[in-house]
Design a protein around this ligand. Structure first.
Ligand code: TXA
Ligand code: MG
Length: 334
Protein backbone atom coordinates (compact mmCIF):
# COMPACT_ATOMS: atom_id res chain seq x y z
CA UNK A 1 0.00 0.00 0.00
CA UNK A 2 1.24 3.49 -0.84
CA UNK A 3 2.74 5.62 1.91
CA UNK A 4 0.50 8.60 2.60
CA UNK A 5 2.78 11.57 3.15
CA UNK A 6 1.96 14.93 4.66
CA UNK A 7 2.71 18.01 2.60
CA UNK A 8 5.20 19.30 5.19
CA UNK A 9 8.98 19.44 4.67
CA UNK A 10 9.43 15.91 6.06
CA UNK A 11 6.83 14.47 3.68
CA UNK A 12 8.29 16.29 0.70
CA UNK A 13 11.81 15.13 1.61
CA UNK A 14 10.62 11.53 1.81
CA UNK A 15 8.77 11.80 -1.52
CA UNK A 16 11.83 13.30 -3.21
CA UNK A 17 14.01 10.46 -1.90
CA UNK A 18 11.59 7.90 -3.38
CA UNK A 19 11.70 9.69 -6.75
CA UNK A 20 15.50 9.83 -6.74
CA UNK A 21 15.57 6.08 -6.05
CA UNK A 22 13.40 5.41 -9.12
CA UNK A 23 10.07 5.04 -7.32
CA UNK A 24 6.59 6.41 -8.07
CA UNK A 25 5.02 9.28 -6.13
CA UNK A 26 1.61 10.81 -6.78
CA UNK A 27 1.57 14.53 -6.04
CA UNK A 28 -0.87 17.41 -6.28
CA UNK A 29 -0.59 19.99 -9.03
CA UNK A 30 -2.99 22.86 -9.56
CA UNK A 31 -4.77 20.81 -12.27
CA UNK A 32 -4.97 17.16 -11.21
CA UNK A 33 -2.76 14.76 -9.27
CA UNK A 34 0.21 13.57 -11.29
CA UNK A 35 1.85 10.18 -11.05
CA UNK A 36 5.49 11.19 -10.92
CA UNK A 37 8.78 9.51 -11.76
CA UNK A 38 12.31 10.79 -12.42
CA UNK A 39 11.98 12.02 -16.01
CA UNK A 40 15.63 11.34 -16.83
CA UNK A 41 15.47 7.66 -15.84
CA UNK A 42 13.75 5.50 -18.49
CA UNK A 43 13.06 2.54 -16.24
CA UNK A 44 11.41 4.68 -13.59
CA UNK A 45 9.13 6.20 -16.25
CA UNK A 46 8.28 2.73 -17.57
CA UNK A 47 6.90 1.89 -14.11
CA UNK A 48 4.39 4.73 -14.52
CA UNK A 49 2.82 2.96 -17.50
CA UNK A 50 2.74 -0.34 -15.63
CA UNK A 51 1.05 1.27 -12.60
CA UNK A 52 -1.58 2.99 -14.74
CA UNK A 53 -2.35 -0.21 -16.64
CA UNK A 54 -2.08 1.69 -19.91
CA UNK A 55 -2.44 -0.61 -22.90
CA UNK A 56 -0.10 1.63 -24.85
CA UNK A 57 2.61 4.18 -24.23
CA UNK A 58 1.60 7.80 -24.51
CA UNK A 59 3.90 10.77 -24.36
CA UNK A 60 4.12 12.11 -20.81
CA UNK A 61 4.40 15.71 -19.60
CA UNK A 62 7.64 16.67 -17.85
CA UNK A 63 7.25 18.97 -14.84
CA UNK A 64 9.91 21.53 -13.96
CA UNK A 65 10.32 24.10 -11.19
CA UNK A 66 11.49 26.99 -13.36
CA UNK A 67 11.86 27.99 -17.05
CA UNK A 68 15.61 27.47 -16.90
CA UNK A 69 15.05 23.75 -16.32
CA UNK A 70 12.76 23.58 -19.36
CA UNK A 71 15.56 25.07 -21.45
CA UNK A 72 17.72 22.07 -20.51
CA UNK A 73 15.13 19.67 -21.96
CA UNK A 74 14.31 21.52 -25.19
CA UNK A 75 16.73 21.89 -28.05
CA UNK A 76 16.13 25.63 -28.08
CA UNK A 77 13.74 28.16 -26.60
CA UNK A 78 12.14 30.31 -29.31
CA UNK A 79 11.09 33.87 -28.36
CA UNK A 80 7.40 32.88 -28.36
CA UNK A 81 8.05 30.09 -25.83
CA UNK A 82 9.97 32.58 -23.69
CA UNK A 83 7.02 34.99 -23.72
CA UNK A 84 4.47 32.27 -22.94
CA UNK A 85 6.53 30.99 -20.01
CA UNK A 86 6.88 34.51 -18.59
CA UNK A 87 3.15 35.12 -18.85
CA UNK A 88 1.63 31.71 -18.00
CA UNK A 89 4.16 29.86 -15.79
CA UNK A 90 3.75 28.64 -13.21
CA UNK A 91 0.35 27.47 -14.45
CA UNK A 92 -1.68 24.98 -16.47
CA UNK A 93 0.06 25.46 -19.81
CA UNK A 94 2.15 22.68 -21.37
CA UNK A 95 4.46 23.57 -24.25
CA UNK A 96 5.70 21.06 -26.83
CA UNK A 97 9.08 21.67 -28.51
CA UNK A 98 11.91 19.52 -29.96
CA UNK A 99 13.70 17.58 -27.22
CA UNK A 100 17.32 17.12 -26.26
CA UNK A 101 18.91 13.67 -25.99
CA UNK A 102 18.78 13.66 -22.16
CA UNK A 103 15.03 13.09 -22.37
CA UNK A 104 14.53 9.29 -22.65
CA UNK A 105 12.46 8.06 -25.59
CA UNK A 106 9.89 6.43 -23.32
CA UNK A 107 8.93 9.87 -21.95
CA UNK A 108 7.96 11.07 -25.42
CA UNK A 109 6.74 7.70 -26.79
CA UNK A 110 9.44 7.93 -29.42
CA UNK A 111 8.47 11.44 -30.58
CA UNK A 112 11.28 13.93 -31.23
CA UNK A 113 9.45 16.50 -29.07
CA UNK A 114 8.84 16.84 -25.34
CA UNK A 115 5.92 18.44 -23.48
CA UNK A 116 6.99 20.53 -20.47
CA UNK A 117 5.16 22.55 -17.86
CA UNK A 118 5.80 24.34 -14.58
CA UNK A 119 2.88 23.63 -12.24
CA UNK A 120 1.43 26.35 -10.01
CA UNK A 121 1.20 24.33 -6.82
CA UNK A 122 3.56 24.89 -3.89
CA UNK A 123 3.80 21.16 -3.11
CA UNK A 124 4.61 20.22 -6.71
CA UNK A 125 7.26 22.93 -6.94
CA UNK A 126 8.81 22.00 -3.60
CA UNK A 127 8.90 18.34 -4.63
CA UNK A 128 10.60 19.03 -7.98
CA UNK A 129 13.19 21.26 -6.30
CA UNK A 130 13.88 18.77 -3.51
CA UNK A 131 14.15 15.85 -5.97
CA UNK A 132 16.62 17.85 -8.05
CA UNK A 133 15.35 16.28 -11.29
CA UNK A 134 12.50 17.04 -13.67
CA UNK A 135 9.46 14.86 -12.98
CA UNK A 136 7.55 13.00 -15.69
CA UNK A 137 3.91 12.70 -14.69
CA UNK A 138 0.67 11.76 -16.42
CA UNK A 139 -2.55 12.16 -14.50
CA UNK A 140 -2.56 9.74 -11.53
CA UNK A 141 -5.48 7.61 -12.66
CA UNK A 142 -5.79 4.07 -13.92
CA UNK A 143 -6.15 3.85 -17.67
CA UNK A 144 -9.54 5.06 -18.89
CA UNK A 145 -10.64 6.35 -15.50
CA UNK A 146 -11.28 9.89 -14.36
CA UNK A 147 -8.35 12.11 -13.47
CA UNK A 148 -7.99 12.38 -9.69
CA UNK A 149 -8.41 15.78 -8.12
CA UNK A 150 -7.98 14.59 -4.52
CA UNK A 151 -5.44 12.26 -2.91
CA UNK A 152 -8.27 9.95 -1.77
CA UNK A 153 -9.14 9.37 -5.43
CA UNK A 154 -5.50 8.53 -6.15
CA UNK A 155 -5.41 6.00 -3.32
CA UNK A 156 -8.66 4.42 -4.47
CA UNK A 157 -7.31 3.80 -7.98
CA UNK A 158 -3.57 3.37 -7.50
CA UNK A 159 -3.01 2.73 -3.80
CA UNK A 160 -1.66 -0.76 -4.47
CA UNK A 161 0.46 0.23 -7.46
CA UNK A 162 2.57 3.18 -6.30
CA UNK A 163 5.10 3.93 -3.58
CA UNK A 164 3.62 7.08 -2.05
CA UNK A 165 1.13 9.90 -2.38
CA UNK A 166 1.51 13.44 -1.07
CA UNK A 167 -1.80 14.17 0.62
CA UNK A 168 -2.46 17.69 -0.58
CA UNK A 169 -6.26 17.58 -0.55
CA UNK A 170 -8.24 18.92 -3.48
CA UNK A 171 -6.50 20.38 -6.51
CA UNK A 172 -7.52 23.91 -7.45
CA UNK A 173 -7.86 23.66 -11.25
CA UNK A 174 -9.22 20.17 -11.57
CA UNK A 175 -8.85 19.83 -15.32
CA UNK A 176 -5.58 19.12 -17.03
CA UNK A 177 -3.29 21.68 -18.54
CA UNK A 178 -3.73 23.13 -22.01
CA UNK A 179 -1.21 21.47 -24.33
CA UNK A 180 0.17 23.70 -27.10
CA UNK A 181 2.51 22.53 -29.84
CA UNK A 182 5.04 25.18 -30.82
CA UNK A 183 6.53 22.79 -33.36
CA UNK A 184 3.77 23.59 -35.82
CA UNK A 185 3.49 26.96 -37.50
CA UNK A 186 1.12 28.49 -36.58
CA UNK A 187 1.07 26.81 -33.15
CA UNK A 188 -1.77 24.43 -32.33
CA UNK A 189 -3.71 23.45 -29.21
CA UNK A 190 -3.35 19.67 -28.88
CA UNK A 191 -5.54 19.52 -25.78
CA UNK A 192 -7.72 22.28 -24.38
CA UNK A 193 -7.29 22.66 -20.62
CA UNK A 194 -6.68 24.93 -17.67
CA UNK A 195 -5.28 27.89 -19.62
CA UNK A 196 -8.03 29.48 -21.72
CA UNK A 197 -7.58 29.78 -25.48
CA UNK A 198 -8.59 33.45 -25.34
CA UNK A 199 -5.68 34.26 -23.06
CA UNK A 200 -3.29 32.41 -25.35
CA UNK A 201 -4.63 34.27 -28.41
CA UNK A 202 -3.32 37.54 -26.98
CA UNK A 203 0.13 36.11 -27.56
CA UNK A 204 -0.61 33.81 -30.51
CA UNK A 205 -3.32 35.51 -32.63
CA UNK A 206 -3.26 32.75 -35.27
CA UNK A 207 -3.34 29.88 -32.72
CA UNK A 208 -5.14 26.86 -34.18
CA UNK A 209 -7.57 24.90 -32.05
CA UNK A 210 -9.16 22.41 -34.44
CA UNK A 211 -7.84 18.87 -33.96
CA UNK A 212 -4.80 18.14 -36.12
CA UNK A 213 -5.30 16.22 -39.37
CA UNK A 214 -2.86 13.85 -40.97
CA UNK A 215 0.57 12.97 -39.64
CA UNK A 216 0.46 15.13 -36.49
CA UNK A 217 -2.91 13.76 -35.30
CA UNK A 218 -2.94 12.35 -31.77
CA UNK A 219 0.43 10.68 -31.33
CA UNK A 220 0.13 7.13 -30.18
CA UNK A 221 -3.13 6.35 -31.94
CA UNK A 222 -1.97 6.40 -35.55
CA UNK A 223 -1.59 2.87 -36.94
CA UNK A 224 1.79 3.63 -38.53
CA UNK A 225 3.12 6.26 -36.20
CA UNK A 226 6.03 4.29 -34.79
CA UNK A 227 7.29 2.81 -38.02
CA UNK A 228 11.09 2.99 -38.32
CA UNK A 229 12.66 3.78 -41.68
CA UNK A 230 14.21 0.31 -41.86
CA UNK A 231 11.49 -2.27 -42.60
CA UNK A 232 10.62 -4.20 -39.45
CA UNK A 233 9.13 -7.69 -39.37
CA UNK A 234 7.68 -9.58 -36.45
CA UNK A 235 9.23 -13.00 -36.11
CA UNK A 236 6.82 -15.93 -36.23
CA UNK A 237 7.53 -19.58 -35.57
CA UNK A 238 7.43 -22.09 -38.38
CA UNK A 239 9.35 -23.18 -41.44
CA UNK A 240 9.71 -20.68 -44.30
CA UNK A 241 7.22 -21.26 -47.10
CA UNK A 242 9.14 -19.54 -49.87
CA UNK A 243 8.86 -15.97 -51.10
CA UNK A 244 11.32 -13.13 -50.65
CA UNK A 245 14.41 -13.76 -48.49
CA UNK A 246 17.20 -11.61 -47.03
CA UNK A 247 20.55 -12.77 -45.65
CA UNK A 248 20.52 -12.77 -41.85
CA UNK A 249 23.97 -11.18 -41.93
CA UNK A 250 22.40 -8.02 -43.41
CA UNK A 251 19.58 -7.84 -40.87
CA UNK A 252 19.22 -6.72 -37.27
CA UNK A 253 17.37 -8.53 -34.50
CA UNK A 254 15.45 -7.05 -31.59
CA UNK A 255 15.39 -9.81 -29.00
CA UNK A 256 13.42 -10.04 -25.79
CA UNK A 257 15.84 -11.89 -23.47
CA UNK A 258 18.53 -13.71 -25.48
CA UNK A 259 20.74 -12.78 -28.41
CA UNK A 260 20.18 -14.81 -31.60
CA UNK A 261 22.91 -16.02 -33.94
CA UNK A 262 23.87 -14.85 -37.39
CA UNK A 263 22.48 -11.31 -37.44
CA UNK A 264 24.53 -8.22 -38.25
CA UNK A 265 23.38 -6.61 -35.01
CA UNK A 266 21.32 -7.85 -32.07
CA UNK A 267 19.82 -5.77 -29.29
CA UNK A 268 18.32 -7.40 -26.19
CA UNK A 269 15.39 -5.70 -24.48
CA UNK A 270 15.84 -7.30 -21.06
CA UNK A 271 18.25 -10.14 -20.29
CA UNK A 272 16.29 -10.86 -17.09
CA UNK A 273 12.97 -10.94 -18.93
CA UNK A 274 11.60 -7.90 -17.12
CA UNK A 275 8.90 -6.18 -19.17
CA UNK A 276 9.32 -2.89 -17.30
CA UNK A 277 12.98 -2.80 -18.24
CA UNK A 278 12.09 -3.88 -21.78
CA UNK A 279 9.59 -1.04 -22.11
CA UNK A 280 12.10 1.46 -20.80
CA UNK A 281 14.63 0.41 -23.43
CA UNK A 282 12.26 -0.32 -26.32
CA UNK A 283 12.21 2.97 -28.23
CA UNK A 284 15.90 3.61 -27.76
CA UNK A 285 16.96 0.16 -29.01
CA UNK A 286 14.58 0.32 -31.95
CA UNK A 287 16.11 3.63 -32.94
CA UNK A 288 19.62 2.23 -32.56
CA UNK A 289 18.80 -0.62 -34.95
CA UNK A 290 17.08 1.78 -37.31
CA UNK A 291 20.23 3.91 -37.55
CA UNK A 292 22.51 0.91 -38.27
CA UNK A 293 21.92 0.80 -42.03
CA UNK A 294 20.41 -2.70 -42.01
CA UNK A 295 18.33 -4.31 -44.77
CA UNK A 296 15.61 -5.17 -42.26
CA UNK A 297 14.92 -5.54 -38.55
CA UNK A 298 13.34 -8.70 -37.17
CA UNK A 299 11.65 -8.34 -33.80
CA UNK A 300 10.88 -11.14 -31.40
CA UNK A 301 7.41 -10.87 -29.85
CA UNK A 302 7.34 -10.33 -26.08
CA UNK A 303 4.79 -11.79 -23.64
CA UNK A 304 1.53 -9.83 -23.83
CA UNK A 305 1.12 -9.05 -20.18
CA UNK A 306 1.97 -5.93 -18.17
CA UNK A 307 3.97 -3.55 -20.30
CA UNK A 308 4.35 -6.33 -22.87
CA UNK A 309 0.96 -5.28 -24.26
CA UNK A 310 2.24 -1.77 -24.89
CA UNK A 311 5.44 -3.08 -26.47
CA UNK A 312 3.49 -5.42 -28.78
CA UNK A 313 1.09 -2.62 -29.66
CA UNK A 314 4.06 -0.52 -30.77
CA UNK A 315 5.78 -3.43 -32.52
CA UNK A 316 2.67 -4.21 -34.56
CA UNK A 317 2.37 -0.58 -35.61
CA UNK A 318 6.08 -0.47 -36.39
CA UNK A 319 6.07 -3.62 -38.50
CA UNK A 320 5.56 -4.09 -42.22
CA UNK A 321 4.58 -7.71 -41.72
CA UNK A 322 5.89 -11.01 -40.39
CA UNK A 323 9.00 -13.04 -41.09
CA UNK A 324 10.17 -16.62 -40.56
CA UNK A 325 13.77 -17.72 -40.19
CA UNK A 326 16.00 -20.51 -41.37
CA UNK A 327 19.70 -20.89 -40.42
CA UNK A 328 20.97 -18.13 -42.67
CA UNK A 329 18.02 -16.19 -44.01
CA UNK A 330 15.01 -14.08 -43.14
CA UNK A 331 11.89 -15.00 -45.13
CA UNK A 332 9.24 -12.32 -45.50
CA UNK A 333 5.72 -13.73 -45.05
CA UNK A 334 3.45 -12.16 -47.66
O1 TXA B 1 -2.49 19.02 -16.05
C1 TXA B 1 -1.85 18.15 -16.57
O2 TXA B 1 -1.35 18.28 -17.71
C2 TXA B 1 -1.66 16.82 -15.81
C3 TXA B 1 -0.84 17.16 -14.55
C4 TXA B 1 -0.45 15.93 -13.78
O3 TXA B 1 0.30 17.90 -14.90
N1 TXA B 1 -1.01 15.85 -16.61
C5 TXA B 1 -1.66 15.19 -17.62
O4 TXA B 1 -0.87 14.24 -18.26
O5 TXA B 1 -2.80 15.39 -17.96
P1 TXA B 1 -1.50 13.14 -19.28
O6 TXA B 1 -0.37 12.16 -19.53
O7 TXA B 1 -2.74 12.57 -18.75
O8 TXA B 1 -1.71 13.96 -20.61
C6 TXA B 1 -0.62 14.37 -21.40
C7 TXA B 1 -1.11 14.98 -22.68
C8 TXA B 1 -1.63 13.94 -23.62
O9 TXA B 1 -2.74 14.44 -24.32
C9 TXA B 1 -0.44 13.72 -24.54
O10 TXA B 1 -0.80 13.22 -25.80
C10 TXA B 1 0.13 15.13 -24.61
O11 TXA B 1 -0.03 15.64 -23.33
N2 TXA B 1 1.56 15.12 -24.93
C11 TXA B 1 2.58 14.83 -24.11
N3 TXA B 1 3.77 14.90 -24.74
C12 TXA B 1 3.49 15.25 -26.01
C13 TXA B 1 4.29 15.48 -27.17
N4 TXA B 1 5.61 15.34 -27.15
N5 TXA B 1 3.66 15.84 -28.31
C14 TXA B 1 2.31 15.96 -28.33
N6 TXA B 1 1.50 15.75 -27.28
C15 TXA B 1 2.08 15.41 -26.14
MG1 MG C 1 -4.67 11.70 -18.43
Amino acid sequence: MAEVLGVDPAGIERAAAILRAGGLVAFPTETVYGLGANALWAEAVAKVFAAKGRPSFDPVIVHVADPGEAAKLWREVPPLAQKLMERFWPGPLTLVLPKQDVVPDIVTAGLPTVAVRMPAHPVALALIREAGVPIAAPSANRFGRLSPTHHEAVLEQLGEAIDAVLAGGATPVGIESTVVSLVENPPRVLRPGGTPIEALREYIPDLRVEPPQGPSASPGTLPRHYRPSTPLFLWERGAPAGGEALERSRCGFLAFQQAWEGFAQVEVLSARGDLVEAAARFFALLRKLDRAGLAAIVAEPVPERGLGLAIMDRLRRASSGRARLDETRVWIVR
